[in-house]
Design a protein around this ligand. Structure first.
Ligand code: CA
Length: 215
């Protein structure tokens, strides 16, 4: 889930709409006050913080929210502000006006970077240990082939983001030629069946798959 903090309604809506279109859940705040309330009541994966806000500035706001990755969004493209953002631990910086495509790429890049660092992941009664490469369901070990495990790992580490079949071949299986992508579909079917993840692993039309985790 992503929190968008931006006082200009049109820009806030535009950002939120674009992120929603690629499958993210988004909450919107227009002031620091609204942002703090939402931050207390929800668990976010990423914050998009406008620097100039009516009641505070994005940098001050982020001092209390540093447990979550952030991208600062601002019209001030000055080096001084960038340095300040990065000193606070910002993950990226976006200068207005920006292209939608650039926004989406940066958001996905930050999410991928932060998700990749996890050692473990759990969902319902499923526990995945990326280090030991084991999966349990309801406390019982589930037997996965190495290929199935890599597939599951890439889907989880990119959760809520569509992963293309080419990306699965290349990043999960280390196959650099565009081979038989139907093999992936077969493996996905097996994975869904073994783990009971029919509802979580969505097929994305003309692209690949997306692991949904909307908690
Ligand atoms: Ca502003």
């Amino acid at each position: 889930m992503i929190l968008v903090v931006e006082d200009e309604q049109a820009i806030n809506d535009l950002i939120a709409w674009n992120l929603t279109m690629i499958g993210h859940t988004v909450l919107q705040a227009r002031t620091g006050r609204e942002a703090r309330t939402l931050f207390r009541e929800n668990a976010f994966d990423l914050l998009l913080l406008d620097v100039m806000l009516p009641d505070t500035d994005g940098f001050s706001l982020y001092r209390d929210m540093r447990t979550v990755p952030a991208i600062f969004v601002t019209a001030l493209g000055e080096t001084r502000d960038k340095v300040k953002g990065f000193e606070l631990g910002a993950d990226d910086y976006l200068v207005k006006p920006f292209e939608t495509q650039e926004l989406l790429m940066r958001v996905n890049a930050v999410l991928r970077r932060t998700l990749r660092m996890e050692d473990r992941y759990s969902f319902d009664d499923i526990e995945v240990d990326f280090h030991a490469k084991t999966v349990t369901k309801g406390g019982q070990i589930v037997d996965l082939t190495a290929q199935e495990f890599s597939l599951l790992e890439i889907l989880i580490r990119n959760r809520n983001i569509a992963v293309s079949r080419q990306q699965i071949l290349r990043d999960a299986w280390g196959i650099t030629f565009f081979g038989e992508t139907r093999t992936i579909d077969v493996h996905v079917q097996r994975l869904r069946k073994k783990l009971g993840l029919d509802d979580q692993i969505k097929t994305v039309y003309k692209c690949g798959y997306r692991f949904e985790d909307r908690r």
